[in-house]
Design a protein around this ligand. Sequence first.
Ligand code: FUC
Length: 883
Amino acid sequence: MKKWILTSIISSSIVLVATANESEKKAEYLANKKKNIESRGNKYDEKQWSDHFDAQDLNKDGALSAEEKTAYKASQKASKNTAKKAPKKDSKQRTPKLSATVVTPLATAKLPAIDPVNTLWFQQPADSFTQSLVIGNGRLGAMVYGDPTQEQIVLNDKSLWSGSKIEHDIAGGHVNLPQIRKHLAAEEFDEAKKLMRGAFKVNHGPAYGQGISPFGRYQTLGKLHLSFADTKEPITDYHRQLDLSTGLGTVSYKRGEQAFTRQHFVSAPDQVFVTRLTGTQKFTISMDRPERFKTEAVNDNELVISGHLNDGFEKDGMHYVGRLRVIAPKGSVKAEGNTLNVDAKGDVILLFAAATDYQGIAGRATADPLAATTADLDKVSNKSFDQLLSAQQADHQQYYKRVSIKLPTTENSACATDVRRKKYAEGGEDPALEALFFNMGRYLIISSSRPGELPANLQGVWAEEVHTMWNGDYHFNINTQMNYWLTMPCNLIEMNEPMINFIDSLVEPGTKTAKAYYNTRGWIAHRLTNVWGYTSPAGMDIGGAAWLCEHLWEQYAFTMDKDFLKKVYPIMKSSCEFYIDNLYEEPENKWLVTGPSASPETGFLLPDGKGQSGICAGPTIDLQQLRELFGNTTQAAEILGLDEDLREQLAEMRPRIAPNQIDSEGRLQEWLKPYETREPGHRHVSPLYGLYPYYEITPEDTPEMAKAAQALLEQRGVAQSTGWSNAWKINLWARLHNPEQTSAFIRQMLSDNAFDNLLSRFRPEREGGKKNLFQIEANLGYTSGVAEMLLQSHPTGGDLDAKPLIRILPALPKNWPSGKVTGLRARGGIELDIEWKDGELVDCELRADHDIPLLKVRYDGTTMDLSLKAGKPTKAFASKDAE
Ligand code: FUC
């Protein structure tokens, strides 16, 4: 049965659009759900999931009003008469058609010189956000489609969240903990689960699909539409590109004989989105979003889109404002209803500012977003386009240019990015595309994570929907941490700051949560959070907080900045206190374990068909994370000369934490006991945490364990082809010094887990994945993986007193025979340039921030000792005098 979907609610009018293949998509979705749910031994409820599917497609945050429900029901009825057409919208409010204008591309001979590792380009407008040009300044984001006739630009403000700050914790459940732990020890998992349901109840947890909750969700701000009057002549010489090295998006084309150019960027120094359109032309400007908005022309050259988001209780929550100012010195701008009509005789500049009244853990803390947007625009209105552009470029380049990469080009490297990616997916070689994807990760974190702002969420800052998948939140069982794996190795310490502040902000609510659910000291955050400080249970991945603390230590390890360490040490100490109070002895070996906990999002089968469970005591990942947290905190306390008692306690407890174990198949065990995994190809590879990002397992120092880790990694395979999972695997295989495998996963990612605009794709469609679902962490995890292939600097074997060991080109694949990388950072406060030819290192220069009397550097099995003087470039392996 064909289905009609409510796709857009604009003011009070409702738009119904028929979607092709909807029933097949739904059937596929339900079949997948059924398979997954039943494979976990749970009951599948067809109606629940059918409703869920329907709800997810409603582009609306919250329950439908009575009027909307009636329209929705009517649409369902209409769907039975499938031949009918979608009702037309009022012409003023019509959303421009999605199909891109037919264009003739710029001839190859006329192409500007295009840098194959720093530029994305296309020969046609974007057909969806997956081909759009993605730009941002850490707070504001935009996705430019580049259509000459009906331009649409998605606009984002990172603080734009529905929901509100409330008390989610329900205290008292900790009285059940001793009993739950007894059940876990006795392998009575169903009983443990039953008790847990009572103990870990939450006041308004996150809601998905059509559900609303004060937990809220990250949402799009809306779309800017430019509707051009002259559409008669055909479009020729079309070219669209994004220069990652400058952050400038450009669209150029000819209509008839006349040439047009549009340039777009989002400025961090000036906090505005800027567009310049050249050419004599007439166009109408409008702005909309799927719901909860009003657009007004507040004068002849300004449009304001504003509204209040759902606070999670169907009341007005966050107030947001987007303000567009049009500057057309040659020509006229006139307001007409809620649009502006531009009659341009020369350049037109569009300046867009946005603000919300979010007063939370980071961001602008603006009480009056309307005034803030006016102030932002007033500050820049008398600056020329060139002034704005050069300030933005200087700002962007100071970060982007710190690192560069060069890999071989092939014939395919000269193609447009979408064509290039297609050829690559078909098996074509293009190492320079792999370098472009590396640079894309650096570009995206520079554009979505800036000091003083919220950290990059599941989609960085870019979202064109109200219903962001997983609420566009912050997940702590891989996603948020992966967002920040690249910052230190890729020389982007400033971009790390939002993450560090974010972690700090969790301590206060997390301390309350620890008290409420565990009655212990310290702070805890569970699987996920929002911008309102949610730390309550939502999945029992209890090691996530320790994982966050890794980022605190690693910033120190890369910089040796004691002032920084002093600032973050209390967060680490408090986290230790939580785990110290919660670790307990399991009865069999008297090892210390966590519990109740889980190996993120997967589970095991009990022997003799006695069921299955995700909940357990002491999953391997927790124990690795706690060895790491305790180790790092001990070192921090030593360096700072603090807390001798705590150091002693950690030293006593750390060796008693349950160790890594190898099962009878030779694999690293995921759980305390050698249970059979419920899903051998599961996307989460949690027990490999000890190999990457932590380094207690290394091929050099724990070869047996590294072999077992490899066996587990092999069993996981390509794991449902999820982007972040494949990105994690690049990092893991790099730590195993296996370039064949890193290469295989690189190919996998660029073929299956990338859109044409190189945003990472959650899953390919053929794997039953949601179509066009973007999650940013895979982009960023890929970049960290490539850095890890070229340079590693972790100490060996997780020993507390181990010093960084620099490994040059530890996983260099054969298809990168020559290349160069500059500006990567190593632990210890060192910057490196590395060059190789015919698979051999030809140049390696190190620059230390401070004197390092003895540094071990390894290349191709040979280790040499170096002594570095602050600021003095030193060559490694310049001669063959290595040990
Ligand atoms: C974790 C993953 C999912 C998804 C979600 C945002 O829960 O298991 O695949 O990435 O985060």
